[in-house]
Design a protein around this ligand. Sequence first.
Ligand code: TTP
Length: 366
Amino acid sequence: MNDNRKIIHIDMDAFYASVEQRDNPALKGKPVVVGGSPESRGVVATCSYEARKFGIHSAMPSKIAYKRCPYAIFVRPRFDEYQRVSRKIREIFYRYTDLVEPLSLDEAYLDVTDNKKNIEYATTIAKMIKNDILRETNLTASAGVSYNKFLAKLASDYNKPSGLTVITPKDAQEFLDKLPINKFFGVGKVTSRILKNSGINNGYDLRQLSIHELEQIFKNRGYSFYQLARGIDFRPVEPYRERKSIGAETTLSHNLNIDDEEVTEILDGLCEEVAYRTKYSEKLGKTITLKIKYEDFTQITRSISVEHPICTQGDIRIHVYNLLKNVHSENRQIRLLGVTLSNLVDSKDEFTNITIFEYIDSIKKI
Ligand code: TTP
């Protein structure tokens, strides 16, 4: 089967941190961390490229970020501004195509095979979009161009910041063969470790496995990995994808007992992250789920549904703690924790049920 599509993936560079550096000249060229303060139990939402040199990254507890770079400047997120920029960049995307699939505030896939300006090359469009974004928001974005979503996303990540990478059908196999295994869509930390232990370190190694072997490793995702290793991904760009849930999880750097204080600290961080994401998806959720994976890889989930949808870190945390109280781990050590908010509703629709002041107040609590 042929895939003659032209797909672009656009991703803003160090999004929140770049907005902060743009709006406050004192932050330019400095290690900037956007997220919770180091005194709180908050986490890093993102950080500037200068801060990344110190090993700081998204979802890391702010306390640890501070230890890695005490000179870093910590700033609280300004969601309204990020949302404003997000609306602007989406407006730019729609000048070229209606087939836009936003993945988050700062990231989207575009199918420009048939575009509104009848431009032949997707690379030309990607350059134009990057220029429009820079001119109209004073921020940089990285773009990836290819013939499917998987490759376009890899391409945008390849040369950040302000990159433009094209993966042609001719180059795709060589690119994939060299690709580290953890960069394959759907390979998390655990799978990556299992694969590396079996000597599968990159796309080339993955391509040597038969469908049968892949199915043994990845179960029902085996065929999909067979295809990805060969640069095949027919997923369409879906303009109106509704998010079904918003979750965050983390594999612990060392196993913990359920009553260790670190467990609540990590859960606090996860609740904060879920709250961030829920807020910028303009959603509220009615079902809160706690996921625990034990050292023996068994997993449990506990959920609770509430009548009035919630979105703040505080509200999510109360329910997560209640769920935690009812978990009996019987001395088993925990290796992964996760928090998810589902049963989502549009926050705009909820204004009919709660007053706008209550809503703004609840957001301030984050
Ligand atoms: P990303 O696109 O993952 O990262 P980034 O734009 O900060 O940096 P990069 O240049 O490497 O792409 O996330 C976009 C924004 O989403 C980010 O600026 C902050 C927010 N975010 C969180 O709040 N928590 C998280 O754990 C992550 C990963 C992102």
